[in-house]
Ligand binder design. Sequence first.
Ligand code: FES
Length: 200
Amino acid sequence: MSDVNEPERATSPTTRDAATASDAAATASGAFEPRITAFVCNWCTYTGADLAGTSRLHMASNVRIIRLPCTGRIDHVFIVKAFERGADGVIVSGCHPADCHYTAGNYHARRRFGVFRELLSFMGVDPARLTFSWVSASEGVKWADVVNETVARVRSLGPFDAYHGLAGAATPADDPFAAYDLPGEERPGGEPALRPGDAP
Ligand code: FES
């Protein structure tokens, strides 16, 4: 077990096969299928996930990956936004300690997410919905285990929809920049509020 609240994970093929069989049975029975968003660093975990795919390892298909330069780039708001936009669980994963390609980004992330777990509880999100892990470029098997175990754990917790109403209220589907508007804000002359990318 790592020093970052990383859950114990099995690495035996038997356990992975069992997880895959469990996923297949759940899907066949119409059981709840969690949506998992994974924020991963480009240099280690993304490559490890790619290796898991090219190695044709069996993994649950519930995870959508968002690639970032480093775990040090991952902001707390990204995770809250993921839950707000429909995720039932989130994975954050990057290089092992001392392997960060930006020297110390993963140390910053580790400190940040130690605190953030408590903040999640305060915000009404079960911290068990958040998985923090180190996966190197050569650990395709470990990535498959992280995915399978996260999906199984979040499936047992059930859907997370406490924030979905917030997303709908703040960000209509046809206006992705609505959240940037301040209430009542207008350009001079009654034009719509400024948005990212607008000419001044
Ligand atoms: Fe992977 Fe920093 S480059 S965690």
